[in-house]
Every structure is written in C-alpha cells, then in structure tokens.
Write a protein that binds this ligand. Sequence first.
Ligand code: T6T
Length: 339
Amino acid sequence: MKRMPLAVLCAATLALAACSSSKPDEEKGSAADNGPAASSQASVDKASKNYNIQFVQGVQGDEFYITMQCGIEAEAKKLGVTVKTQGPTKFDPTLQKPIVDSVVTSKPDALLVAPTDVTAMQGPLNQAKAAGVKVVLVDTTVDDPSVAVSAIASDNIGGGKAAFEAIQKLAPQGGKVLAMGVTPGISTTDQRAKGFEDAVKADSKFTYVGIQYSNNDPATASNLISAALQKDPDIVGVFALNLFSAEGTATGIKQSGKAGKIQVIGFDAGPNQVAALRAGTVQALIAQQPAEIGKFGVDAAVASLDGGSVTPKVQTGFTILTKDNIDGEGANAVYKSKC
Ligand code: T6T
C-alpha cells in the first residue's frame, strides 16, 4: 500500500515539547470496503466525478469542527467534489442520530461523520453503510469501526500522556491531579482520559483524584472545578479533555483565585483557550490538526468512491502550545472560528 502524505506539524518547543506526526496505519484492517486497489489516498488529485459528500459534525459552533470543515471544504474544492456540513446543537447522540438518518435518506455518495457516542451511533452508521453510503470516521469512532472505509483521528491516548508529562515538568514535586472530562462514551475523550490516568498512575509522586464530567458545558466544568478545589485544595494539576471543558476549567480556576498556582493543560486550541493561555490561567494547550483530519477524510471518501485503495486508519498529530510559542511557530495550530 502506498503511504498517505505525512502531515507533520511539530511546532512544540520548550520543556513541554512533544508532538507527533500524522501516520497511516499500514495494515488494511477491517475497514476495507474499498473496492479494487487502483489508487491510494495519497494519489488522489481529482475525483472521477462530482461526488456528493456530507459532513456531520459532533456539534455546531465548536472551533475544532469548524476548522475541520475548512480542511474538508478546501480539499473538496481541489478534488472537484461537493460537500455540505451540518451538526447537532449539542454533542448528543439523540440530536445527531436524526441528522445522520436524514442525510442517509438523501442518498449521498459519502458521509464524513464524528459520532457523538461509540454505541448509540453504531446503528445509524450501519444503516448508512447498508444504504451504500461510504462512511468515513473523522475524529471520533464507534464500537465497530469496520462500518467505515477509513477512520482518521488524533493520537488521543498519546495526547493524554503528553498532558501528564507537561504537568510533571511544571509541578515536579508531584501531588494530586484531576481530569475534567466531557461525557463517558465519546471515544476521543475517553482515550485522552485513559492516556492521562495510566501515565499518572505510573508516577508514584502523583495521585489521580479522578475524572469529573462536564457534559461539554463550560459552566458545569467551572462549577465542578470550584467544588473539586474546595474538596482537595492541594490539587497541583488539571487536565481538561476538550475545548469546552478547558474553557470552563479556566473560568473555575480563575474564580477560585488559583490562576497560575495550579498547572492546567487543556486539549484543543480555540481562540478562548488561547486567551486563557496568554492570561496565564492555562499553562499549555494540546492542539489537534482538525483541518488535516478533514482533508484526509475527503481523500478517503473519494479514493473509496473511485475504487482506489484506502488507508483504513490514519493517526494525526498534535502540537503543544505554550505562552512561549503561541506567537511564533505555534500560531498556525490555533483553530479557526470561520474559514
Ligand atoms: O476535542 C474535540 C474533539 O476531538 C472531541 O471529539 C470532542 O471535543 C472537541 O470537538 C473539542 O470541543
């Protein structure tokens, strides 16, 4: 199999340096409903026809998915295919399922989707596949990813581990650490939590006080952090698992008068997170490569529709942003609010 071009965006600097590059999984795996191996994703320059591709986000208005949409639209334009984007108003499978169902009823050629729950979204995606729609998983996954021709995501376990390594460097004396999560059942954030927890438990200087679930709501995350700090005032570090939990964590830390005293590492890099980084409430951000995820998603859909070979699993990297690189080499990793 030919390799997909590597998307290397390793802008990490400082003592917190850590990054990884996009890498295709070499084995064909089970997500290989690809037809004959005529071409690989890497060699797609132009689609053989103007396919109708639908992108269903995890949630509307999330700069991670907006930036992914920008990558999708740019690649669609380049390859000469049409793409339409929609998403639920909340990161919630009961709201996402009807959107996927109606997209499938409209019989698009391909569906790029970030499923909001590993189990609840399996059925709707099975139905999409049964209806002949090429499914590509972008960001999150489901219990049985073989429903998709390709799954493209960050190294989420590695990202969780990198978050702990950042805390280790910033708080070398050790102490209590907490994870601010989203909702159980989201593949990406569950993996980040696992990567973090496993890494914490491997260092006897640190104690994992557990994970709190903010339900993707900054106000809830803020309240949960305030309560956690009252219970455990000696917490030394917090890992906030996504954009909205990081936003709420920053607010809660500030309101508790602990800004700069607790080491906060946030996943994602929307404008609000970057403002918190600049303000010193958050010490580091782990920026994903959403535009790359989207680009590779379009490549996978088109390669599959054209009967080419498709890389079944692609892992994209991340960049660690700090105050010291945010205005330099890290600037390009910041997510967009519009394309
Ligand atoms: O962190 C991203 C995404 O990777 C995750 O699956 C859900 O939350 C975000 O969209 C950020 O809000």
